[in-house]
Design a protein around this ligand. Structure first.
Ligand code: ZN
Ligand code: ZN
Length: 150
């Protein structure tokens, strides 16, 4: 299973809910740099048929505009050392924001007044809240550290 048992239990309303869960994340790891590569540190060939742009970025192909996941690139390269990274599994800890939506709304209402947020900040936050906090807006609480080559 992708989801593993949650570790942190919070009281939400009258019940207790699990706010944390672990999720298996597939990322690119560079053996030379000894680190997981964030999107901006990867480039390769675009996987889109009829494009195959050779310098597509880890998050998007600038030629055809397709949004990409770095693991979709054909022949990915580390932008730091130019070597080929490999796909690696890693476990990350996520926070389920939908369970905190009421708390987040209350916090933002009070803090935007108390801290004199700019109108732009308030509007942007309200747009974000209006779209709803879904599982897709979960917060990743962890980062991969460098690790030794196997
Ligand atoms: Zn590298
Ligand atoms: Zn492309």
């Amino acid at each position: 299973m992708w989801l593993k048992a949650g570790l942190l239990v919070f009281r939400v309303g009258s019940r207790y809910s699990c706010l944390e869960f672990r999720l298996r994340v597939i990322k690119l790891y560079c053996d030379t740099c000894q680190k997981f590569l964030v999107d901006r540190l990867v480039e390769g060939s675009c996987p889109t048929p009829c494009c195959h742009y050779d310098s597509a970025q880890g998050d998007q192909c600038e030629k055809c505009g397709k949004l990409l996941n770095p693991t979709e690139l054909v022949n990915p390269r580390c932008k730091v050392c130019a070597n080929s990274p490999h796909i690696c599994d890693t476990n990350h800890l996520f926070l389920q924001l939908p369970l905190l939506e009421g708390n987040v709304r209350d916090y933002i209402s009070s803090m935007s007044v108390a801290r004199s947020w700019s109108q732009n900040a308030i509007q942007a936050t309200n747009v974000w809240l209006k779209e709803g906090l879904t599982l897709c807006s979960r917060v990743n609480l962890t980062r991969d550290k460098k690790r030794k080559q196997k």
